[in-house]
Design a protein around this ligand. Sequence first.
Ligand code: SAH
Length: 345
Amino acid sequence: MTDERAKRFPLALADLVREPRKPAGRADASRVKPAAGASSGKPGGLRSAAVAQKSGATAPSSASAPAFASKATPGIAKPVPATVRSPAQAPHPRTSALRTAQRTVERDAANGSANGVTRKGAPNVALTSTQTLTSERVRERMVERLRANGITDPRVLNAMSVVPRHMFVDPGLAAQAYEDAALPIGHHQTISKPSVVARMIELVAAGRTLEKVLEIGTGCGYQAAVLSQVAKEVYSIERVRPLSERAKLNLRPLRVPNIRLHYGDGRLGLPAAAPFDAIVIACAGLDVPQALLDQLAVGGKLVAPVGSQAAQSQVLTLVTRVSATQWRESQLDRVFFVPLKSGVI
Ligand code: SAH
């Protein structure tokens, strides 16, 4: 089991310990007008979310302790007592570890080794500015803007403050990494805007402890890294192989132990790992695939941009599975995402 788990957690390198944080207590859903059943015909509507019958409906996810992982043994969960800690206090152990890993990478990169990660562009030129840009203060300013724009969950704000977004983009774009902008990552895809990443995670977390989360559309791996600071286990699927490989390279030096990357068609989800407490879809479809709705735990939440890219009519849609056969949908912000496509390339 340990070996198998280690194999399936290719990034399980770290000696990180994480503690649950105090739930934000923010009733995200209260800002949201719950829609009973499916929307019909509206842009961003959820064609299949209404009341689908499914004989083998999934059970709620196991309610094991929200405890976190792995000191000496990578990938093995080791419960730790819940401690309430304000973000202003001493850093979270996992946060510290991530920061340490990050500084090591930055130092190695400055020395020209970059932990074996090869990047396009002109690394030596970029690294000087990267080092300046990567300061925690730059990220803190980004987090201040997120807070000013309504993100309140301390777990999300903490995660945004520790994940080095500049390490997920090409060095030539590092100067823009902490602006609130989507940036190209190749293969006609983009890294999502920080405000959208934070918003989606806050919506699905909704003050709950998240055990198992599924992301559709790994891209460069940034959102998976942010999720890894909020959830116990993160599964992420990407359909473009070179992006999946790039995400693996981007994540490796950060030593994040609880992310499992999969190359495949995310429309199918990961039935073997279901049910998920939360599902985040980082690309826009005309509907939410039924397979993903089925893989949501009862009580779980899914967030997705739904609608057409061409018509610029995408709406961030929050779905809550209220029972084995019922999902409730809320339509929130207007957004703009790359499309959810079928198959793999
Ligand atoms: N999560 C990213 C955003 C990636 S952009 C971030 O951290 O910012 C959306 C990604 O979804 C693209 O990489 C695209 O290739 C991928 N995608 C589109 N359709 C998909 C599908 N059916 N399965 C898996 N990934 C898909």
